[in-house]
Design a protein around this ligand. Structure first.
Ligand code: PHE
Length: 456
């Protein structure tokens, strides 16, 4: 275990929670949650999503953290260490692949936030901007060719630069101060949004469930969103758990992370939907939703420009702490298993992701073929998003539950979780969820999708 000693650890309990929350909180909460909720009918979708967070997300999160801490390895090495000479490491490899897949489209969206930050700094949103003007601005950006590619490249370079610095130094320091500030800015924006005329309609859309809108497809998207938002199903939390000190209480850390992550998603909903109904835009606007809606709120508030700058700066940073965790999974694999140097791995792998990001960057208007791959207005980026961001994560989570529940075993996982001397009162419930409920629920959802072939 000589490699384990010098892998580094989080410097404090707070450091781990902040870093894991940093991984979880990102574009998934602010960009993906509102537009998927908007596209899938609002309230009913949100309820199903919350149910999945509680019954699948939290149990899987604790399972991933225990696998990570027990093995002190990257996702592939973790399975190898816990059950030698088996096929389980392939599940870890699927996670590494998924990391590439997600990073390749995530960095494109993250790149857009950088451009919005520059717009905010140059006062673009200060005089107030209508939904139409905002829509045009968005289209002019994402429909370009070189700019979206360059922006995603810049974002990946930033990510590689932090990951190269190693675990506690690079990741922890940056997140510690900035995430709480992000929370405060979001609360202030939500207060503004909720006092806009027409806000009530937005609230109704977000919270009043219309169950006729639910289909197997929307349920599978809610499951994917719960996993995506908590960074589950691809080994990010295995990797982060591997840097977790033995005296850390996994259930407390896990529930804290899930609580903050879910709260930020709901907060984003409380900002977006009231503003959207106020501006008369459509909730089903797709991936551009947040980018089109947000600018319209800044003109309605005092110090709007300052809020715009703070919002886009902090959103970029929230996205960065998520891309860091995605790249960290891939880098940890190549460093631990292939013996690569950390700096080399960070730059080469981020470079590979950049190449993979190019078709996504061109698929929101830049290139006609790539932009309409799945049908009118639904392109390569959407394809990446659903394959890697939904199905891959669901399959990964399913395999992980089978692994922890049936192969490695609940007693061993529990011994790791309670290693700190902390008794998990909900242990029987957790065991039941990991062994039976989660695998069955995820398998049923995936099975239905396979049968109905309503994949995209
Ligand atoms: N959870 C991150 C977000 O919500 C995205 C992510 C998914 C990060 C999977 C790591 C792994 O933005």
């Amino acid at each position: 275990m000589s490699t384990v000693a010098n892998r580094g650890n989080w410097t404090s309990r707070f450091g781990f929670i902040v870093a894991a929350a940093g991984s979880a909180i990102g574009l998934g909460n602010i960009w993906r949650f509102p537009y998927t909720a908007g596209q899938n009918g609002g309230g009913a979708f949100v309820l199903v999503y919350l149910g999945f967070v509680l019954l699948v997300g939290i149990p899987v999160l604790l399972a991933e953290l225990s696998v990570g801490r027990a093995s002190q390895r990257n996702p592939v090495g973790a399975f190898k260490a816990l059950v030698p000479k088996s096929l389980w490491p392939w599940v870890g490899l699927l996670g590494v692949l998924t990391g590439f897949g997600i990073l390749a489209f995530y960095s494109v969206i993250a790149g857009w936030t950088l451009r919005y930050l520059i717009w905010a700094v140059s006062g673009q949103f200060s005089g107030g901007i209508t939904a139409e003007q905002s829509g045009e601005l968005f289209t002019s950006l994402v429909g370009g060719t070189t700019t979206p590619i360059l922006l995603s490249g810049m974002f990946l370079a930033l990510t590689a630069w932090v990951v190269r610095g190693g675990i506690s130094l690079g990741i922890e320091r940056a997140t510690k101060i900035l995430m709480p500030i992000f929370g405060v800015i979001l609360v202030l924006l939500a207060i503004r949004a909720l006092t806009l005329e027409g806000a009530g309609e937005g609230l109704r859309f977000l919270f009043a469930p219309d169950f006729s809108k639910l289909t197997v497809k929307t349920i599978s998207i809610a499951l994917g969103q719960a996993l995506f938002s908590l960074s589950l199903g691809m080994g990010a939390m295995i990797t982060y758990g591997s840097y977790l000190p033995k005296n850390e209480k996994i259930p407390v850390a896990g529930c804290t992370v899930a609580f903050f992550d879910t709260s930020i998603a709901i907060l984003a909903g409380l900002i977006i939907f009231p503003t959207l109904f106020h501006a008369g835009a459509s909730p089903g606007g797709g991936p551009g939703l947040v980018f089109v809606v947000m600018p319209t709120i800044f003109g309605t508030m005092p110090f709007g420009t300052l809020f715009a700058i703070a919002f886009y700066a902090l959103l970029s940073i929230a996205a960065l702490t998520s891309t860091i965790s995605l790249l960290e999974v891939i880098v940890a694999y190549f460093v631990d298993e292939k013996g690569w140097g950390r700096g080399f791995a960070a730059w080469v792998l981020a470079g590979t992701c950049f190449v993979l990001a190019i078709p996504s960057a061109l698929s929101v208007g830049g290139n006609r073929f790539l932009s309409n791959l799945l049908g009118e207005g639904s392109g390569f980026l959407d394809l990446q998003n659903i394959i890697f961001g939904n199905y891959s994560l669901s399959i990964g989570a399913l395999c992980l539950c089978i692994f922890v529940g049936w192969r490695w075993g609940i007693p061993k996982a529990l011994a790791e979780i309670e290693n700190s001397g902390y008794r998990m009162q909900m242990a029987p419930v957790w065991g039941f969820l990991v062994r039976y409920f989660c695998p069955v629920a995820v398998a049923v959802v995936l099975g239905y999708i396979l049968v109905t072939r309503d994949y995209f």
